[in-house]
Design a protein around this ligand. Structure first.
Ligand code: GLC
Ligand code: GLC
Length: 628
């Protein structure tokens, strides 16, 4: 007798559930097992997963299968990301459809739409203060527009990444409103206290994320007599992940977004999800249990979807987000390589790669399981100088002094600095000063440009291209932040916007300059040259199998402190990346390069043979070479 048509589908769900059950239930049991409502929660969760699967469109189920067959799809060298605010890039979601040719021209295969779900009105932290996870920001369009964008991207082989803010909701979210009205069910969705005693005790070990404009981690609301946990801004209320109802709600949101065609969920500010008295309440072990369980849920009901975890923390703390120990291969598929970014800027300022070499060689394994990095030079956020005192000391630097130097250098106040940036959340209590600024302005283009310094402009162009060549080669998905492919400089107009003036991160969130983009193929401006250079980097990356994310990476030392070097140890032969972090000419011995496996002396980036002189490879200012 013929089986009903839905049966193979049901089978598949049961098989996926069985496959991921060992990754899911032990985590949930550890988190929530002691609660009397655990069995009921577990049942409701499985029901939600089953419903998510039942609702999943057929073309996405097909994509699930394709990615089961090609589980390395996101590690391939053809992957290249582009990150933008919808309004600043294309006006609306519909507007994006008319810009896909531009993205394809650049070589983009992964698109991160900055927060696009319905935010609270007014200042919404760039959309990270979400009031409805099931609606699109009406300023950008409708859910139908969103689905049209997701389908258009898929048709071009581009993946879609969106933000899922799971540490907090806007205080205008329906859950928060009910909580403020006194509904105990929803008060338990957040972290609310009747007196300031516990908040005070917690504060003793907490850090402040926004000390300038949102000091402290709690907000007192006399209207309803509670102290509410607000790590970020006052309007962003931290969710209570110790309550399984929150877990269930977020899983339903995840599946909802997955079924709209999202490929990559960027899980925002994950480090902060679990609180423990006497700690910084960051990266507690339970965070990793939650994240592993969430990943298992995606694997069960939307297997095509991967997770990008945003944890901007020190190396030792960051790696677990990509799954270490018992979570190996089971947690994030992607996490931001914050250290690579910070070390790029540090080495660029000092013209010395020793700290970079030390940090990247010491703290990072040569490969990851089912995971890779999101590599980037700039993003929509500030740069925090995440350099530990120990690492600084290992290369003879004072951590405190070096961090202060980097802030001064990139703010532009350090004598001789090429950079022009802005301070972000300077904290006199800790001496911490973070930096805002666009890639081009921090790399020297703004200053040199306005001084009419042609040589300085040239250096800035080379610095930008060196950075893009670095993130394209290290291993992971390189993420180009909108405008950096055209060397857009700082945008100071935020200072006259009342919702943005307090937040210098808007200096590096410019509007797209489409007139400039039109000149990209013919112009001789820095913008056009950076565009063509970046395009070439991404094209050559796609053609270079050694840059696959699963290929081990090993930092190398060549004896020249101005040059950063690493090997990609591919089965087909080694690729040796060389990056000159100085505005001078540098050389490295040919014999050394050959001993590390670069036998052909062929540069996979320029696709040309590398000439040597008297046994030396000669590197022009800010040269980048992918030697095979
Ligand atoms: C993340 C975002 C940042 C935001 C914060 C709070 O770090 O990248 O822009 O301010 O989360 O949601
Ligand atoms: C993030 C980071 C912090 C960053 C901030 C927003 O979650 O932890 O380093 O500066 O939120 O800018």
């Amino acid at each position: 007798m013929a089986r009903p048509p839905s049966a193979p589908d049901d089978d598949l769900f049961e098989l996926r559930l069985a496959r991921s059950a060992p990754d899911l239930f032990p985590m949930l049991e550890a988190l929530y097992g002691a609660r009397p409502d655990y069995p009921a929660f577990r049942e409701r969760l499985v029901k939600a997963l089953r419903k998510g699967w039942a609702d999943r469109p057929a073309d996405l189920k097909r994509l699930d299968l394709i990615r089961d067959l090609e589980p390395d799809w996101f590690q391939r060298p053809g992957m290249a990301g582009y990150v933008f605010y919808i309004d600043r890039f294309a006006g609306t979601l519909k507007g994006i459809l008319g810009r896909l040719d531009y993205l394809e021209d650049l070589g983009v295969t992964y698109v991160h739409l900055m927060p696009c779900l319905k935010p609270r009105p007014g200042d919404s932290d760039g959309g990270y203060s979400v009031m409805d996870y099931r609606q699109i920001n009406p300023a950008y369009g409708t859910m139908a527009d969103f689905e049209a964008v997701s389908a258009a991207l898929r048709a071009r082989g581009m993946s879609l990444c969106v933000d899922l803010v799971l540490n907090h909701t806007a205080k205008e979210h329906a859950w928060a409103r009910k909580a403020a009205k006194g509904d105990p069910k929803y008060q338990d969705y957040y972290l609310m206290f009747d007196t300031p005693d516990l908040p005070r005790q917690y504060e003793r070990t907490l850090v402040e994320v926004f000390p300038d404009n949102a000091p402290g981690n709690f907000t007192h609301y006399p209207e309803f007599g509670k102290w509410v946990w607000t790590t970020f801004n006052e309007h962003q209320w931290d969710l209570n992940w110790a309550n399984p109802a929150v877990f269930l709600e977020i899983v339903e949101v995840m599946l909802f977004l997955a079924n709209k065609g999202v490929d990559v969920l960027r899980l925002d500010a994950v480090a902060f999800m679990w609180k423990r008295m006497g700690t910084r309440c960051q990266s507690e072990p339970e965070v990793h249990m939650i994240l592993q369980a969430l990943r298992a849920c995606s694997r069960i009901a939307s297997a095509a979807v991967i997770h990008l975890e945003e944890a901007i923390v020190a190396p030792a703390e960051m790696l677990p987000y990509l799954g270490r120990g018992r979570h190996d291969g089971k947690e994030g598929n992607l996490a931001y390589h914050n250290s690579l970014m910070v070390q790029f800027w540090s080495a660029l300022a000092t013209r010395d790669t020793r700290l970079m070499t030390h940090v990247l060689a010491t703290h990072f394994p040569d490969r990851l399981t089912n995971a890779t990095y999101a590599t980037y030079i700039r993003c929509h956020d500030d740069i925090g100088w995440a350099v530990t005192d120990e690492d600084a000391a290992a290369v003879g630097l004072s951590g405190q002094a070096h961090r202060a130097f980097l802030s001064d250098f990139y703010e532009g106040s350090f004598p001789g600095s090429f950079a022009q940036g802005a301070l972000f959340q300077a904290n006199p209590a800790t001496g911490d000063k973070r930096i805002s600024g666009s890639f081009a302005s921090l790399a020297g283009l703004e200053r040199a440009g306005s001084a009419g310094d042609a040589a300085g402009v040239e250096m800035a162009v080379q610095r930008i291209l060196m950075g893009h060549a670095l993130i394209a080669a290290w291993g992971g998905i390189p993420l180009i932040y909108m405008g950096d492919e055209l060397a857009l400089t700082n945008d100071y107009s935020y200072q006259s916007d009342p919702h943005h003036a307090h937040d210098s991160r808007w200096v590096h969130r410019p509007r797209m300059n489409w007139a400039l983009a039109e000149t990209r193929h013919t112009g001789d401006t820095p913008a056009a040259r950076v565009f063509r250079g970046t395009r070439q980097i991404l094209a050559r990356r796609a053609a270079t199998p050694a840059l696959h994310g699963a290929v081990p990476v090993r930092v190398a030392t060549c004896g020249n402190h101005g040059v950063f070097a690493f090997q990609r140890l591919a089965p087909t032969g080694t690729l040796l990346g060389l990056f000159n972090f100085t505005e001078g000419w540098q050389q490295v011995p040919e014999a050394w390069a050959r001993s590390l496996g670069a036998q052909a002396m062929h540069d996979a980036l320029s696709d040309q043979r590398v000439e040597t002189h008297h046994g030396q490879i000669v590197l022009p200012p800010y040269a980048r070479v992918w030697l095979t």
